[in-house]
Design a protein around this ligand. Structure first.
Ligand code: ZN
Ligand code: ZN
Ligand code: ZN
Length: 377
């Protein structure tokens, strides 16, 4: 059974979701397994060819349509505890008709963005209308974290901070990125995550590729190394934190660019407050780097929301005029990338507070110099 919050948390979320369905003027939300379902009933069920769906009507009580063989696992979710009506079905029955059974004729439904085409197409055939996206309707609810979620995000931040604090145990010249990544993955689990969702070890020129994972490249003493790591902490909220390391004195050009990056990351974090727009946070980092002549070295958005998914709304990107509100959680992660040479990134997860923000990551932002050890040369 997946761990989850106290049942009252899900009761509140389900009630809110029904209100949002009503104000969006849809007949019902039809939520298949994925982050939206996990948010609403604490079930991390996977999606298969048989339809499982939580139907939340704008008017009336929710119904959980489930293959009979998955009944037991859903009974252990908050839906079971809350007495949500179950509509089990067996092979040969039409689950799409079952999902729509309690809705008015010609219903307009809204579906999760994670619903597979294998379910979406027959559902559309059954309703006769194009569905809307439940993900849009639930956006504010999912984006603004409640107290329970914020507490888990803080625990996730502390857990990944402990992994970064131990980096000198594994990261040294003479080892391959892959070997270091394997040790980091084990530490991510040991420090309280339920999985290592991603481990980026970008040494030397590989650090200039923001989505490089790791390779058989042997790390050298002169390298700058980008370490971007994270994973879920029960019940399912993710950490995501990047720090940049080295083993030797760096050329002035590297030190100067890194200092500018640190200032840009700080400027962006300092700009986070209720009422500011997502794009203004991106601009705070970007303008600082542009002023230092590094505009073309920062080649991605400044950040992404985080929670049950590693990447979710709000996206901290040019063109997003979304107004920040207390409870929103997202990364602030500018980087500088010198093609074929080196790269650096600094990433913290911040939560918008009433008058600014709180960073869940507390490790130093500095270009941290680790001992080179004795196993190189
Ligand atoms: Zn990414
Ligand atoms: Zn990251
Ligand atoms: Zn990130």
């Amino acid at each position: 059974m997946a761990s989850r919050f106290p049942t009252a948390v899900y009761a509140r979320r389900l009630a809110r979701a029904a209100q949002l369905a009503a104000s969006a003027e849809v007949s019902a939300l039809v939520i298949t397994p994925g982050p939206d379902l996990e948010y609403l009933i604490g079930s991390d069920a996977q999606t298969f060819e048989r339809l499982s769906a939580l139907v939340i009507p704008a008017v009336g009580d929710p119904v959980l349509v489930t293959p009979r063989l998955e009944l037991a696992s859903f009974a252990e979710s908050a839906a079971g505890e809350l007495g949500v009506a179950f509509a089990p079905w067996v092979d040969g029955e039409d689950p799409y008709a079952l999902a729509l059974a309690t809705l008015p004729a010609d219903p307009v439904v809204a579906v999760s963005d994670s619903m597979s085409a294998g379910h979406l197409v027959p559902l559309m055939a059954a309703t006769g209308t194009a569905p809307r996206l439940a993900t849009d309707i639930l956006r504010d609810l999912r984006m603004i974290k409640d107290a329970e979620e914020i507490e888990v995000l803080r625990r996730a931040g502390a857990a990944i901070d402990r992994v970064h604090a131990r980096m000198g145990e594994w990261l040294r010249p003479g080892r391959t990125e892959a070997a270091v990544a394997a040790d980091i993955a084990a530490a991510i689990l040991a420090e309280g995550h339920t999985a290592a969702a991603f481990v980026i070890v970008g040494s030397g020129p590989n650090g200039a590729d923001p989505h490089h994972e790791h390779s058989d490249r042997v790390i050298t003493e002169s390298d700058v190394v980008v370490i971007d790591i994270g994973g879920p902490v029960a019940p399912g909220y993710n950490s995501d934190c990047t720090r940049t390391y080295c083993f030797a004195d760096q050329p002035t050009a590297v030190v100067t660019a890194f200092d500018e990056l640190e200032a840009a990351q700080r400027a962006a974090v300092d700009a986070v407050r209720p009422g500011a727009t997502a794009e203004s946070i991106d601009a705070a980092a970007r303008d600082r780097l542009a002023a230092a002549g590094l505009a073309d070295k920062f080649i991605h958005r400044t950040g992404h929301g985080i929670g049950l998914s590693v990447h979710e709304e709000p996206y901290i990107v040019a063109g997003n005029d979304l107004v920040l509100q207390p409870g929103m959680a997202f990364s602030v992660e500018p980087g500088v990338y010198f093609d074929g040479e080196w790269g650096a990134r600094i990433e913290d997860i911040v939560i918008v507070t009433d008058d600014g923000c709180e960073s869940v990551n507390k490790q130093s932002h500095a270009l941290t110099r680790l001992p080179a050890g004795g196993n190189q040369k």
